[in-house]
Design a protein around this ligand. Structure first.
Ligand code: FES
Length: 328
């Protein structure tokens, strides 16, 4: 995941960030550079699971989320890959042009909003840089001797990172589809008929995710998980009126007005909630809900997680009714 649309600011979670050193910087494909990060003292890094991302806080005080795409069993380094985004706000350009081996960056996390749940089979679908969170998932599936296949599309072969690594390690399980050679991914052929005991994991640009969701229409909703780079388009809120949010542990109540987020008002009440993207894409501000029904407006939670009504992303989500009780 690369959330290059995130605000250019240090996240609240950065106060807990570790400082890591860039120990390697390599070209991974046309317009994509990979970075390897390690603790300056060589200390062990926090463990992570496939699908996890880290917040990278750059020396120019910008922050971005990047999927970990290295070996989860390597306790001493993290690997990320960064696509240069010509229309981004400067974070990817900074990393491509300025950040060099020996520099230090703040790193928050890892956190996982895109966990690999057990399944007998996996179908992984990647678009461009969206291959990054899927690399450790594939290693995990392989480690567990689980049946899997990867459908990997991109503009051109030269622009697709880790093609050689994937083809060399996994051979025919990997289907590489450069658009200029083979056209668009044939999602109807891959997804038109639900496959038993199979889960679909998809990461890539919004049009690909929309197309995969449409092609999965006949699949059970729990069978597909996607990770978005940017916030999904939202429908109008369930209601536009103000609502009350009770913070059960701190004993405070705030009134959330239509033009201010729950996160902002909770903070104004003096209660700290970690955040990063503040666009509903990173999962940092996930907060337990004790009573009430959230109007979920994020791009992280799966349908069954929303239906459970027991948590919400307070940077963007609101309330269906006139009252919510949060475990804050
Ligand atoms: Fe990223 Fe709320 S801060 S989802």
């Amino acid at each position: 995941m690369v959330a290059d649309s995130a605000e250019l600011r240090v996240p609240k979670s950065a106060t807990n960030a570790a400082t890591l050193t860039v120990v390697a910087k390599e070209r991974a494909a046309e317009g994509i550079v990979s970075f390897t990060l390690a603790h300056p003292d060589g200390a062990r890094l926090p463990d992570w699971t496939p699908g996890s991302h880290i917040d990278v806080v750059l020396p120019n005080r910008t922050t971005r989320q990047y999927s970990l795409c290295g070996d989860r069993w390597d306790a001493h380094t993290y690997r990320i890959a960064v696509l240069r985004e010509p229309w981004g706000r400067g974070g990817s350009a900074y990393m491509h042009d300025e950040l060099k081996v020996g520099d230090r960056v703040g790193v928050g996390g890892p956190r996982n909003n895109f966990p690999l749940v057990p399944s007998q089979k996996y179908l992984f679908i990647a678009g461009g840089i969206g291959v990054t969170p899927l690399l450790p998932m594939i290693r995990q599936a392989e480690f567990l001797s689980t049946d899997w296949q990867l459908l990997y599309g991109g503009r051109t072969r030269e622009s697709m990172a880790f093609c050689e690594e994937l083809a060399t390690a996994y051979g025919e399980r990997v289907h590489i589809v450069p658009q200029d050679e083979r056209g668009l991914l044939d999602l109807a052929a891959w997804l038109g008929t639900p496959r038993p005991a199979t889960k679909v994991y998809c990461c890539g640009p919004a049009p690909l995710l929309t197309a995969v969701e449409a092609a999965c229409a006949a699949w059970p909703s729990y069978a597909m998980r996607a990770e978005r780079f940017t916030a999904a388009a939202q429908t109008a809120p369930v209601q536009r009126a103000s609502f009350k949010v009770e913070l059960r542990r701190t004993g405070r109540t705030v009134i959330v007005t239509p033009d201010v987020s729950v996160l902002e008002l909770v903070r104004r009440a003096g209660v700290e909630v970690l955040s990063s993207c503040e666009q509903g894409t990173c999962g940092t501000c996930l907060t337990p809900v004790l009573e009430g029904r959230p109007d979920h407006r994020d791009s992280v939670l799966a349908d069954h997680e929303r239906a459970a009504n027991d948590c919400m992303l307070v940077c963007v989500s609101r309330s269906c009714g006139d009252r919510l009780v949060l475990d804050l």
